[in-house]
Design a protein around this ligand. Structure first.
Ligand code: RIB
Ligand code: CA
Length: 316
């Protein structure tokens, strides 16, 4: 991979089948230095997303990566988990019995603060769940902002939603948090459903995981097989979209996605549209661009990146 210095990142996640692949990609690609993982309530409760993050990192041989649990509910309103998609555990499908590392005895927001201020160079925050922890970090600790290189989040969409007609799950779960992040003035990249729905874990992909001949490969295949069953039942998808690893892949290789710099606002009060990302693709609002929004993806290059990382981790 050449001698380019690895990019320091923190992943804030709600594992979650696709979050699991995001973590494996971050651990397995040498172009990233995973400083730490923070967990948030979203796909499942905080206790379950935290336990799941620990399991995935242990399976990846990365028990040295610090993990801290963050917020257990959105800033406003109540949590609604996605058990219909990710199952009761949040990672239904495979047998994930594995000895895990411990959880840091600090809140996830405090771990983020310490890692960012202690890194010695700007840190990229990659969020693959509701933005509650990231928003709280920026509100509680504005002193970290100069040391945040970019916030890359999976969430929203330039078109329709998946949780409400116009709302994507991560944003609908905590619209106020997304609003805080998008108004922060930090460099922000938004990876929405309009792009992630193109990265489908097809039968061929699942068989490639299974064909790796490793326990981790089989686990990834079983995770995607379960994810395929719920996406087929709930959304009528033939194959499940792996949303979250795209947010990691574009930090590793920015050419994986195409983006446009446009204004994005979050609908907070719409009776039917609360949590929608209002992406002004044609400059109709006259507002200043506040996000780089993904509008295209090199799907084959993305899968090659992810598969190579999982193979690398499987050899641990
Ligand atoms: O809408 C998809 C997003 O919501 C993904 O991050 C998935 O893991 C869930 O968190
Ligand atoms: Ca997620």
């Amino acid at each position: 991979m050449g001698d380019v210095a690895a990019v320091p990142v923190i992943i804030d996640c709600d594992p979650g089948h696709d979050d699991a692949l995001a973590l494996l990609l971050a651990v397995g690609d040498p172009r990233l230095r995973l400083l730490g993982v923070t967990t948030v309530a979203g796909n499942q409760t905080l206790a379950k997303t935290t336990s799941n993050a620990l399991k995935i990192l242990a399976l990846a041989g990365a028990v040295d990566v610090p993990v801290a649990a963050g917020c257990d509910r959105p800033l406003v309103g109540e949590l609604t988990v996605a058990g219909d998609i990710h199952g009761e555990s949040g990672l239904d499908g495979p047998d994930l019995e594995v000895p895990v590392g411990g959880v840091a005895d600090v809140h996830g927001v405090e771990l983020m603060r310490r890692l960012i201020l202690g890194c010695g160079e700007p840190v990229t925050l990659i969020a693959t769940g509701p933005l509650t922890n990231v928003a709280l970090l920026l509100r509680r600790h504005p002193e970290v902002a100069p040391y945040v290189r970019r916030v890359v989040f999976m969430g929203g969409s330039t078109d329709r939603g998946n949780t409400t007609p116009y709302g994507e799950f991560n944003i609908v779960t905590d619209p106020e948090a997304a609003d805080i992040v998008l108004r922060s003035g930090l460099p922000v990249t938004m990876i929405g459903l309009n792009v992630t729905h193109q990265a489908l874990a097809t039968t061929q992909i699942i068989e490639e995981f299974r064909g790796m001949g490793t326990r981790l490969g089989v686990i990834c295949a079983d995770l995607m097989t379960f994810f395929a069953s719920t996406y087929r039942r709930v959304f009528g998808f033939e194959h499940p979209p792996v949303h979250d690893p795209i947010a990691v892949a574009c930090v590793i290789d920015p050419s994986i996605i195409a983006t446009v710099a446009v204004p994005v606002t979050v609908e907070l009060v719409g009776a039917y549209t609360r949590g929608a990302t209002v992406v002004d693709l044609h400059g109709r609002s006259g507002a200043v661009a506040n996000a780089d929004v993904a509008v295209g993806i090199e799907v084959e290059a993305f899968w090659r990146l992810l598969m190579a990382a999982v193979r690398r981790v499987s050899e641990v």
